[in-house]
Design a binder for this molecule. Structure first.
Ligand code: FES
Length: 106
């Protein structure tokens, strides 16, 4: 169910992403690292914890915290602004392929 929003009613607000083009139909999800902000996930996705349990995203487009300061992890609550989180949108440098972590790695 996508009715309730994580953190809703607790004085916590989630980051609201600016409007971007929606992913092309049938292309799956897109994940966009926002400059100095969260990872915006759009499209057809499932959110699971590391044990494989479904996490209700509460909406079709979500912001995932990448600063580590959110009070509603894994979702962004805007704390990155107060924390002065800074990160570019694209990678700041190429990453050697051997160091890229696999999603199925423990
Ligand atoms: S990225 Fe927004 S609270 Fe962490």
């Amino acid at each position: 169910m996508r009715g309730a929003r994580p953190g809703q009613g607790k004085g916590v607000s989630q980051h609201v992403a600016p409007e971007d083009p929606a992913p092309t139909s049938g292309s799956g999800a897109t994940i966009t690292p926002y400059r100095d902000g969260p990872l915006i996930v759009r499209g057809d996705f499932r959110l699971l914890d590391q044990d494989g349990n479904e996490i209700d995203p509460g909406r079709e487009t979500i912001a995932l915290c990448r600063c580590g300061k959110s009070g509603i992890k894994p979702f962004c609550d805007g704390s990155h602004k107060r924390a002065g989180f800074s990160a570019p949108s694209p990678p700041s440098r190429p990453r050697p392929a051997a160091r890229i972590l696999r999603a199925d790695a423990p």
